[in-house]
Write a protein that binds this ligand. Sequence first.
Ligand code: ADP
Ligand code: MN
Length: 269
Amino acid sequence: RIKLDDAAAGMVGKGPRTNDKADRATTELVLDPRTRMILLKAINKGILESVNGCLSTGKEANVYHAVAGELENPGRQLALKIYKTSILVFKDRDRYVSGEYRFRHGYQKSNNRQMVKLWAEKEMRNLKRIHAAGIPSPEPLYLKLHVLFMEFLGDERGWPSPRLKDAPISPLEGDTDASGAYRALYIELVCIMRKMFHVCHLVHADLSEYNVIYHSGRLHVIDVSQSVEHDHPRSLEFLRMDIKNVSDYFGKQGVRCLAERSLYQFITT
Ligand code: ADP
Ligand code: MN
């Protein structure tokens, strides 16, 4: 019914922070015993019906397609973001977490598993806030330790929607190229950034064409574990990076973007 292996095979490319080793995809499909236990329990409780192919293997997490069980919305397609509990990848997260009041307590560098759990909790909380604000994003569903259950963005057959980077954007009616369509998407994303700042009080802090999914004709924000409060000591620096990524990307698509300083003003005031 759901052709997940095909979907996994059809996944294109990976984000800028992941390197594309071919053997990686296969080796990293293997789940550690604790993660398997979490998924088995979820199946026994009726939260999950099945866990299928891997949608993405990243440096810090893998994302799987799954189907919900009897408990709620049976048959609903889910995406499971499973954080890696292995050690080395978490070093550079410190800059996001320290200095943020929400996470000053209970944060232990010495305990990796605890840290990964905090990281997943942070993504859950941020995603809840973003989703509640009406910003298109996967609906956050459950969190179990380092496994985040969310809405799957894709079609009924289990094919994931593309990232903005890979999305086939067609010209608007009457246009000869897609730059007008990209201009509309640029404006859509700029409005998302402003709403994230003013309504959610968050700066994405890893925003680019890799962390936006083009689903049902709209841009959806994902990958918000590193997003920070707008009063985080480095939030404005992260916002400038987000603005640069977005401007560079849309500039390359032929959009005449706002000056980065003007966009910064627009988002923050
Ligand atoms: P990473 O930290 O590895 O970059 P992301 O949250 O960006 O993790 O997810 C990695 C990839 O998994 C995304 O680029 C997207 O292709 C896919 N993905 C993530 N969440 C979903 C979702 N809810 N529905 C469909 N695909 C998703
Ligand atoms: Mn990502």
